[in-house]
Design a protein around this ligand. Structure first.
Ligand code: PMP
Length: 417
């Protein structure tokens, strides 16, 4: 009965589509989301999702932090808070960013619901339909989806094993402007890039900042993985070198836990008010409960040691993946060697279509993300992202062995080996 009533009100799905705003036609589920249901089956080794591995997080300690917060400060924690974010947490965020060379004032920090919300706010403020956003080739699927929902034209700029290539950026700016297009910002992930797994060296950071400043284009530095370097700290953040032209995004999703949904934007002063107003219109204020839980955790717990144990856990898994890729993947394949973070990017001969191959991998009980997910323009069909963050090292070895088998068969079918 209630279904009938709903139908009467909304009409058929086609009619409904006609009533949507134009931008709704750009709202599409990402390839990763579509994969999620299959990849999360227990019999499948998922090298697909980028879920942080919380097995190193002591849950009893977390539950004490949360229980104490409610008992001692529940009236504040469960209340609405400031649109910009809790002042104490904003101070602590400045201490966290100092680890990557950033000197910032808490006034310039806007707390967001994960850094994903910051991406949305920046897009809302900057992007008019048809504006160009320059991104690495390949780039983070969640950012691409957001830029496209705001009807941006995403232009990929070439990367190598050391990240974005400065000369390619210069050329992309020249070509785009020569075509009469407006570039709104350059979006990049300098540390242990998603999906590439590569690290942008200090000299390239300086060069890219110089190019962007000269061209009058903002840089969005998205840095959720910066503290997850395996053998040495990552180079200083780009924001440490340029406080005027860099919008910096941070997150506790990978260093504490994503369930709190606490991230932040550190923005040039001239932008702060707009970002806070945009955020208030979508969420009123970030969760006080989550912010205060993170704040108590940072005050009372050895969070640097906790990051070190996460890093150790990911390093063991990275080693298992690189070792088994060497053993089981065909010699024609190449892959990145991440020094931190969650991801390895694999490049195969161009005849291999990783999206078409996916059902065969599922039969072999392993999942990955096809490379096309990380391009706005359909490129990347002969590449794939492998995440080592979540499964155990044994499962990673099993998964890579199976996937290597699938690949070798695929190569044989195409007469490639
Ligand atoms: N940026 C990048 C590069 C990411 O990999 C992710 C999460 N996978 C995010 C932003 C979003 O993170 P969150 O919203 O959890 O802070």
């Amino acid at each position: 009965m209630s279904n009938d009533i709903t139908r009467l009100h909304t009409g058929s799905p086609e009619n409904l589509t006609e009533r949507f705003a134009h931008r709704a036609s750009h709202m599409k589920a990402s390839e990763i989301r579509a994969l999620f249901a299959v990849a999360s089956r227990p019999d499948i080794v998922s090298l697909a999702g980028g879920m942080p591995n919380l097995s190193a997080l002591p849950m009893e300690m977390m539950s004490e932090v949360v229980a104490k917060l409610i008992v001692e400060n529940g009236a504040e924690a469960l209340q609405y808070g400031s649109g910009q974010g809790h002042p104490k947490l904003r101070e602590q965020i400045c201490d966290v960013m100092a680890l990557e060379g950033i000197r910032a004032h808490p006034d310039d920090v806007v707390v967001t619901t994960g850094s994903q919300q910051a991406l949305d706010l920046i897009s809302r403020i900057f992007i008019d339909p048809g504006d160009v956003i320059l991104v690495e080739a390949p780039s983070y699927v969640g950012a691409l989806g957001t830029f496209q929902q705001y009807e941006a034209q995403v232009v990929h700029v070439a990367m190598d094993e050391h990240g974005l290539i400065p000369q390619a950026l210069r050329e992309a700016i020249t070509t785009t402007r020569a075509a009469g297009r407006k570039i709104k910002f350059i979006y990049l992930i300098p540390n242990y890039q998603n999906p590439g797994g590569v690290l942008l060296p200090a000299e390239r950071r300086t060069e890219i900042l110089e190019i962007a400043r000269t061209a009058g284009i903002f840089v969005i530095e998205d840095n959720p993985y910066g503290l997850l370097g395996f053998d040495r700290p990552s180079p200083n953040a780009m924001r440490a070198e340029d406080s005027e032209n860099v919008i910096y995004l941070g997150s506790f999703s990978k260093t504490i836990a994503p369930g709190f949904r606490v991230g932040w934007a550190l923005v040039p002063q001239s932008l702060k008010e707009k970002i806070v107003i945009a955020s208030e219109s979508s969420i009123l204020c970030p969760s006080n409960f989550s912010q205060l839980a993170i704040s108590s955790y940072l005050s009372d717990q050895p969070w640097r040691d906790q990051i070190a144990s996460f890093t150790q856990l990911y390093k063991t898994r990275r080693d298992a993946m690189l070792d088994s890729l060497e053993k089981h993947f065909p010699k024609e394949a190449t892959w990145t060697k991440p020094e931190g973070g969650f991801y390895v990017w694999v490049t195969l001969p161009p005849e291999i279509d990783t999206k078409a191959m996916m059902p065969k991998a599922i039969v072999a009980k392993v999942a990955y993300v096809p490379g096309t997910a990380f391009y706005a323009d359909g490129f990347g069909s002969w590449s794939m992202r492998l995440s080592y963050c979540y499964p155990s090292p044994e499962r990673i070895r099993d998964g890579i062995k199976s996937l290597g088998g699938v690949l070798k068969t695929e190569m044989q079918i195409r007469g490639l080996n």
